[in-house]
Design a protein around this ligand. Structure first.
Ligand SMILES: O=P(O)(O)OC[C@H]1O[C@H](OP(=O)(O)OP(=O)(O)O)[C@H](O)[C@@H]1O
Ligand SMILES: [Mg+2]
Length: 179
């Protein structure tokens, strides 16, 4: 697995420090609001579990699975809900937890869905942002790191379902997806 990585962008320690920083800030900003924290599966599962431990205010969690990349390094453009939320978002302060915003299509679709379901507020936190690839105008409210225009894997992010268990984030060698 390690042999398929061209370059490590952020180490496990750097990621942990950033997650702590985001958790501290969110704890201040969500004081007294009991947010519903939504994990966008599958990619965000590791970030979600580390982040909620770093948030000190009472909160509830739920999960939604969406997918648009499949076996490709480019978005299919079609965001499919594979698993919906268990609870209603009506009147709730929602915090969407994403691993990465790339084209922005996944998030703009999700925000639309949650606003139509009458969430009181929708806030987005992403660990990684790749602004160079954006096709829709969208900025996260909170972000960890800005990434170059490269396909990355690790810390939850996959290529064809592989590499999610790497504890760091790295650039995938192109020969892996070009073969
Ligand atoms: O901004 P975008 O271009 O929409 O890309 C970001 C989304 O793509 C990935 O999910 P993917 O569809 O690969 O599903 P997965 O989380 O199950 O890997 C990633 O986890 C984000 O949810
Ligand atoms: Mg994926």
């Amino acid at each position: 697995m390690q042999n398929d990585i061209k370059e490590v962008l952020y180490s496990e320690a750097q990621i942990q420090a950033k997650v702590k920083e985001l958790g501290d800030q969110l704890s201040v900003d969500f004081e007294g609001r009991n947010p519903l924290v939504i994990c966008v599966l599958k990619g965000a599962f590791i970030f979600m579990s580390d982040l909620v431990k770093a948030i000190s205010v009472p909160l509830e969690i739920d999960f939604m699975a969406v997918s648009s990349y499949g076996q490709s390094t480019q978005s299919s453009g079609v965001v499919k809900i594979m698993k919906d939320l268990d609870v209603s978002v009506e009147g709730r302060d929602v915090l969407i937890v994403e691993d990465i915003i790339d084209s922005g299509l996944t998030l703009s679709y999700l925000i639309d869905v949650l606003e139509h379901r009458n969430a009181k507020s929708v806030t987005v936190v992403t660990l990684f942002d790749k602004p160079a690839r954006r096709t829709v105008d969208l900025q996260p409210d909170y972000k960890g790191f800005t990434l170059p225009d490269e396909f990355v894997v690790g810390y939850g992010l996959d290529f064809a379902e592989k590499y999610r268990n790497l504890p760091y984030i790295g650039i995938l060698k192109p020969h892996v997806y070009e073969k």
